[in-house]
Design a protein around this ligand. Structure first.
Ligand code: DGY
Length: 320
């Protein structure tokens, strides 16, 4: 039987590429360039499915131009805000994502950002490298203590819960808001705030772990930052669009916030340039899931979904 034809829009980890080539007649992207919409449409001719990433804009205009041969889209990510799901639904094209397998890696990087932002890791690293560190001193580069502080988790899905688990090892008092209250076995003693506005005032650390959606667009704005305790620390490992950058930058500059730790940005990689000028922000280039194990697992999950589709079975992780 002929192998299904697949367009892979970005380079994949080697182990995932091997599996792609074993199962699919695939066009891959060895030099990992960003394909224009025209290139995607051209390369999608005659393909049965697309394997895309969060860096691809699979918007309605692109979906409308897809050749009729394309019957499924798998994304190499848990997030799917880069895909116009309504347009896929209208076209009758199922979409799959890769939940679960990146939960731990993303929660780990949330803790890295919390510690990095609280303990001034960027400034300290820089001082050592630039030979600006002169002597141990009782008052040199003092940070914020994390142990025992209150952590507010905005979005208590799989990743939020994994962050809470790690925070408990730091004896943090965990608070959260979520569409629905979790059952006690998942809540693990965390305090639920039915109104997310109430979460702000109890968040010495405020961690954004909710998906991007029209409702969460620029959710953390100036009015809400004002409700955070003075000296609070903001962490974002979800999506940049949940934060109003101008408001966050103003609060970091004014000293309202002690610092921020950010792995994701609106319009990334073209983030608001003001972030680069600030000392009190710990920045990472969207590395939440960037471990070899996790990226392999994400790729395999995307392929499990494609395999299921072409075997006529239900998708394992269907978002549309
Ligand atoms: C995802 O899968 O949505 C992540 O942001 C990628 O790291």
């Amino acid at each position: 039987m002929a192998k299904p034809k697949l367009l892979v829009t970005r380079r994949l980890p080697p182990a995932v590429t091997d599996r792609v080539n074993a199962t699919y007649d695939a066009v891959t992207n060895a030099d990992d360039h960003i394909m224009s919409a025209d290139e995607v449409i051209e390369k999608a001719q005659g393909k049965d499915a697309l394997l895309v990433t969060p860096a691809d804009k699979v918007n309605a205009a692109l979906i409308e131009r897809l050749p009729a041969s394309v019957r499924m889209i798998a994304t190499f990510s848990v997030g799917y805000e880069h895909i116009d799901l309504e347009a896929c639904k209208k076209r009758g094209t199922p979409v799959s994502n890769t939940p679960d397998v990146l939960t731990d890696a993303t929660a780990d990087i949330t803790l890295l950002l919390m510690l990095g932002a609280a303990r001034r890791a960027y400034e300290g690293e820089r001082a050592v490298r630039e030979a600006a560190w002169k002597s141990w001193s009782t008052t040199y580069m003092l940070g914020v203590h994390m142990t025992g502080k209150r952590l507010g988790i905005f979005g208590m899905g799989r990743i939020g819960q994994a962050v809470a688990k790690r925070a408990r090892a730091f004896d943090m008092e965990v608070h959260y808001s979520n569409r629905n209250r979790l059952p006690a076995d998942l809540e693990q003693g965390a305090t639920f705030h039915a109104n997310p506005e109430d979460l702000l005032g109890v968040s010495d650390f405020f961690s954004i772990n909710a998906p991007a959606s029209p409702e969460t667009f620029h959710w953390l704005n100036a009015a809400r930052i004002a409700k955070l305790p003075d000296n609070a620390i903001v962490i974002n490992t979800a999506r940049g669009t949940l934060v109003d950058d101008a408001a966050l930058i103003a609060a970091l500059k004014s000293g309202k916030l002690f610092s921020a730790g950010l792995d994701v940005f609106e319009n990334e990689p073209n983030l608001n340039p003001a972030y680069r000028e600030l000392q009190n922000v710990f920045l990472l280039p969207h590395l939440g899931s960037a471990t070899v194990d996790t990226r392999n697992a994400m790729g395999f999950k995307a392929l499990d979904n494609l395999d299921a589709f072409f075997a006529g079975k239900p998708l394992l992780d269907r978002v549309v």
